[in-house]
Design a protein around this ligand. Structure first.
Ligand code: CO
Length: 171
């Protein structure tokens, strides 16, 4: 396993819609990509990581959701995920490994239904609410070239950009 370089705010790849994965074509390469992304996410203390954040123009994201028992996490591997239903609205405090130090309040749906392929290439339909639903929306946004600051009103986004300018001196 390897720790991958994380692309931060300003990298072009974070603003681009990713390519869908042809599972059969990429099947042999996927286990290493998935292992490396998982390891990178855990080491960086993240709960999710999307392809573009590690320089991959591919529709893949992994989630490492902490469980009640300390040190345990549940991993989700999402290949070509799509949100097919959204319900409700909640304000959520979010950070992102591509924006170290920045926390902003983003409006999200409270419940989502997501369709994707898992690491075996099998189709999955997941109904999620609460924290899992929020992380899913954040990561699937990345695959569309959307980051959390894109959900802010223009004045709040400007404030966030000013903060990023300061924070990025430490990156
Ligand atoms: Co992010």
């Amino acid at each position: 396993m390897a720790i991958l370089k994380i692309y931060k705010y300003g990298a072009d790849i974070l603003g681009k819609k990713t390519k869908k994965i042809n599972f059969n074509l990429l099947e042999k390469k996927l286990p290493k990509i998935i292992d490396d992304m998982t390891q990178t996410c855990l080491v960086m203390d993240g709960v999710g990581l999307a392809g573009p954040q590690v320089g991959l123009d591919l529709s893949i994201a992994i989630l490492t959701i902490p469980q009640k028992q300390e040190g345990k996490y549940k991993r989700y591997v999402l290949i070509n995920p799509e949100i097919t239903h959204k319900k409700g609205s909640i304000l959520s405090q979010e950070g992102c490994l591509s924006f170290p130090g920045l926390v902003v309040e983003v409006e999200r749906a409270t419940e989502v239904k997501v369709q994707y392929l898992n690491e075996k290439g099998l189709p999955v339909e997941l109904n999620a609410k609460g924290f899992l639903a929020i992380v899913l929306q954040h990561e699937i946004d990345h695959l569309q070239g959307i980051t959390f600051i894109d959900h802010l009103s223009s004045d709040k986004k400007q404030k966030a950009l000013d903060e990023i300018k300061q924070l990025s001196k430490q990156w």
